[in-house]
Design a protein around this ligand. Structure first.
Ligand code: NDP
Ligand code: X2W
Length: 310
C-alpha cells in the first residue's frame, strides 16, 4: 500500500487528484484536518510520513514543502512551476522521450508539466528530435484554456459576482507582455534554440484546452503527412496520447474536458505549404491531475493508467 500525501489537497488540482485516487485499494491517503492544512508542522509530519507526496501549491509553498522533507524515503511529484527546469528533477511526461517511462518510475523528484507546455511539447518535441524541424526554428504558440487553469483565484473571478475582478467575458487574451512562466519550460524541453512567442487566452468555460503551433512546411518536414507520421510513430503504444488523422475536425475547447487524454492533430495543405499542429486536452486532466496520477502510478510500480479517465 503506497502512502500518499497531497499538500494543497483542498485546491483545484488537489481535489482533482483526490477524485482520481478515491476508492483505490492500492493507495492510502494521509489527510490533515481542515484547520491544520496550512500548518507547517503538520505538513512537515505528513510530508515525512508519506511514500509519495504530490504538491498542489503555489510555487513558493512548493519549494518550502520540498525543504520540509528531511528523509531519503519520501518521493515528490510537484504540480507547480517551481521545479520544471530544475537540475535533478525528472520531467513527468513519460511519453515525451524514449526511456521517459523508466525515468519517471525510478525518480525521487518529478516535476509535473504545465498544462500549456504539455500540448506544445507533445506536438513539437518529436518533430525536433527527428530532425523535421531545425532547433533554430522560430515558433509561435496560440492557446486557449478553461478558467479553472488559474486555480481558485481565477475560478472566483468568473463564478463569484462579488469578486472585485469579476468578469463574464467570453474570451480574454493575457500574457501579452510575453513573459509567461511557461515559456522557459517550453523551450527547455523542446530542444529549441529560441523561446516560442506564446499567446495564451482564457474562455468562459470551466475546463478544457487547445494549444496550437502553426508551421510553414518549408521549415518542417515538407509535408503534412511527414509531420503526422512523425507524431504517430512517436506515440505508438501510448495510451494517454493519441494522434487523430481526421483532417476536417472542428475543435471545441471542451473536446477532452473531463478526460486525462491528450489528442494531437496535424491539419494543413501541402499546396499552401502550411500546417497547424494542434493539441486538445483538459488543463486539469493530462494538464495537471491526470499527469500527476500517471507519474504516481509509475513511481509506485502500479498499473500506469490506474484511476485515469481515458
Ligand atoms: N489549475 C490548473 O489547471 C493547473 C494548476 N497547476 C499548478 O498546480 C498548483 C496548484 O494550482 P491550483 O490547484 O490551480 O491552485 P488553487 O489556488 O486552486 O489551489 C492551491 C491550494 O494550495 C493551498 N495553499 C496555498 N499556500 C499553502 C501553504 N503554504 N500550505 C498549504 N496549502 C497552501 C491553497 O489554500 P487556500 O484554499 O486556503 O487558498 C489552495 O487550496 C499551482 O502551482 C499551479 O500552477 C498546474 C497545471 C494546471
Ligand atoms: C488560465 C490560466 O491562468 N492558466 C495559468 C496556467 C495554469 C497552469 O498550468 O499552471 P502551471 O503554471 O503550474 O502549469 C496561467 O496562465 O498562469
Amino acid at each position: 500500500m503506497t502512502k500518499v500525501f497531497i499538500d494543497g489537497g483542498a485546491g483545484t488540482t488537489g481535489l482533482e487528484i483526490r477524485e482520481r485516487l478515491a476508492g483505490r485499494g492500492d493507495i492510502t491517503l494521509i489527510q490533515l484536518p481542515e484547520e491544520r492544512r496550512k500548518d507547517a508542522a503538520a505538513r512537515a509530519e505528513a510530508l515525512n510520513a508519506a511514500d509519495v507526496v504530490i504538491l498542489c501549491l503555489p510555487d513558493d509553498a512548493a519549494r518550502e514543502a520540498v525543504a520540509l522533507i528531511e528523509n531519503d524515503h519520501t518521493r515528490v511529484i510537484d504540480a507547480s512551476t517551481a521545479h520544471r527546469t530544475a537540475p535533478g528533477w525528472v520531467y513527468g511526461f513519460p511519453e515525451l522521450e524514449p526511456g521517459g517511462r523508466e525515468a519517471v518510475s525510478s525518480a525521487r523528484r518529478v516535476s509535473n508539466p504545465g498544462c500549456y507546455p504539455t500540448g506544445f511539447l507533445a506536438l513539437v518535441r518529436p518533430v525536433v528530435r527527428e530532425g523535421l524541424l531545425q532547433p533554430e526554428a522560430l515558433l509561435s504558440v496560440n492557446a486557449v484554456s478553461g478558467y479553472s487553469g488559474g486555480g481558485k483565484g481565477l475560478i472566483a473571478r468568473y463564478e463569484d459576482k462579488e469578486d472585485p475582478d469579476h468578469t463574464e467575458t467570453a474570451f480574454r487574451a493575457y500574457g501579452l507582455g510575453l513573459g509567461h512562466k511557461h515559456v522557459m519550460e517550453m523551450q527547455a524541453h523542446s530542444g529549441l534554440a529560441h523561446a516560442p512567442i506564446f499567446f495564451p487566452s482564457v474562455v468562459n468555460t470551466y475546463r478544457g484546452m487547445i494549444t496550437e503551433v502553426p508551421i510553414h512546411l518549408s521549415q518542417a518536414g515538407g509535408s503534412v503527412a511527414a509531420l503526422r507520421d512523425c507524431l504517430i510513430a512517436a506515440y505508438e503504444g501510448a495510451t494517454t496520447v493519441t494522434v487523430n488523422a481526421d483532417t476536417h475536425a472542428e475543435l471545441f475547447v471542451e473536446r477532452q474536458a473531463g478526460t486525462d487524454r491528450l489528442e494531437l492533430f496535424v491539419f494543413g495543405d501541402d499546396r499552401h505549404g502550411q500546417a497547424r499542429l494542434i493539441a486538445a486536452l483538459d488543463n486539469l486532466g493530462k494538464g495537471a491531475a491526470g499527469a500527476a496520477v500517471q507519474s504516481l502510478n509509475l513511481m509506485a510500480g502500479l498499473p500506469e493508467n490506474a484511476g485515469l479517465r481515458l
